[in-house]
Design a protein around this ligand. Structure first.
Ligand SMILES: [Zn+2]
Length: 344
């Protein structure tokens, strides 16, 4: 643990402070968001599974309530006990190692977890995610430069080392995100051409989806599943009928494949600019309990109950890769800091 972290967590040991933190957490729950998990066999880099085990052990030993999303929404809505520091886990997208690596670990700890699947990815209609193709191209390029035309501008990338390569990749990914879904393949084809990288038609092992059979096996282990659209577009940048179809169809598809689909939606990308009132209206019509965003923050029972739309904009914290950060979120230290910031 770094000395700065020790300093931040020191107040936790002072008499009276834990009670104060419990007080500030009384209306708040923490929802964590995970994506990829380390899987050396498939060449996947992501959340370190030893760290995940440490974190789950820590939460269990320290009396944190690990709740399912449905239970969380009930509590936030005033049914049952208060949310009071409860913790919920979510995983996005539907990659293969989320089934083979993550599901058994959450099962081992009896910890509820909901995975939000992009149904077209699992159906192998959307063969592989556009950002994964960009990563594949940049990481496999033997060349150290690429010129690509995007939106009338020439992008000129050069890299000498891994850091610069990744920076170029991140920049191109960000620029691609705002392109209409239909224009992304051409942009990626151009990048592949400029770097002399051949992109396989089907995703290599590291970028593959879980199968529906694996989804059902995971359900037996205790993992639950929610919808995350069909093709993972930026909903707010999609036409009305496309946005509605992405939500409705992914929900319908999920319901044909799993026993207990979770009526909570998860927006692709999940920042405020990526969804809006139109998406909330569709979700209401379909009877969803609510929806998850990806902006950091606590699920707050007061705003959940006072503002009808807030249940469709529940924030989540990215799962921290160090235990002191995790403690800061769940203990209330982060909440305390937020409140102090608001006051000053
Ligand atoms: Zn996603």
């Amino acid at each position: 643990m770094t000395s700065l972290k020790q300093l931040l967590l020191k107040p936790l040991l002072m008499p009276g402070f834990p009670a104060l933190l419990k007080y500030v957490q009384r209306d708040c729950a923490t929802v964590f968001m995970l994506h990829r998990f380390n899987d050396a066999e498939r060449g996947i880099a992501g959340c370190d599974v030893r760290h995940l085990r440490h974190a789950l052990t820590y939460l269990a030993r320290n009396g944190y309530e690990l709740v399912s999303l449905v239970e969380l929404f009930e509590r936030l809505g005033g049914k049952g006990p208060q949310a009071r520091g409860a913790v919920a886990f979510t995983i996005d997208d539907g990659y293969i190692e989320q089934a083979t690596v993550a599901a058994p670990i959450f099962a081992e700890f009896g910890c509820p977890v909901t995975t939000f699947v992009t149904t077209g990815f699992l159906d192998r209609k959307l063969l592989w995610f556009w950002w994964d193709q960009i990563e594949y191209i940049f990481q496999h390029a033997a060349r150290r430069s690429a010129q690509v035309q995007l939106g009338g501008k020439v992008l000129d990338y050069r890299w000498e080392n891994q850091k610069e390569r990744s920076r170029a990749q991140d920049d191109f990914t960000a620029k691609c995100k705002v392109l209409p879904q239909a224009e992304k393949p051409a942009a990626i084809a151009q990048l592949a051409h400029a770097t002399d990288v051949e992109v396989p038609a089907a995703p290599p092992a590291a970028y593959a989806p879980m199968s529906w059979k694996q989804v059902r096996e995971c359900e037996h282990m205790g993992m639950t599943f929610g919808p995350h659209t069909v093709t993972h577009p930026v909903l707010s940048r999609s036409a009305n009928e496309v946005a509605a179809h992405e939500i409705t169809e992914s929900w319908a598809r999920l319901r044909t494949e799993v026993r207990k689909p979770v009526p909570v939606f998860c927006y692709p990308y999940g920042w405020r600019a990526d969804f809006g009132d139109r998406e909330v209206a569709v979700l209401r019509r379909l009877g969803f309990l609510g929806a998850l965003a990806a902006e950091p923050g606590y699920a707050n029972a007061l705003s959940f109950r006072s503002n009808g739309d807030d249940r469709f904009k529940i924030p989540r914290f990215g799962f921290p890769d160090e235990l002191p950060h995790l403690i800061q979120y769940v203990s209330g230290v982060e909440r305390f800091k937020q409140l102090l910031r608001r006051r000053t």
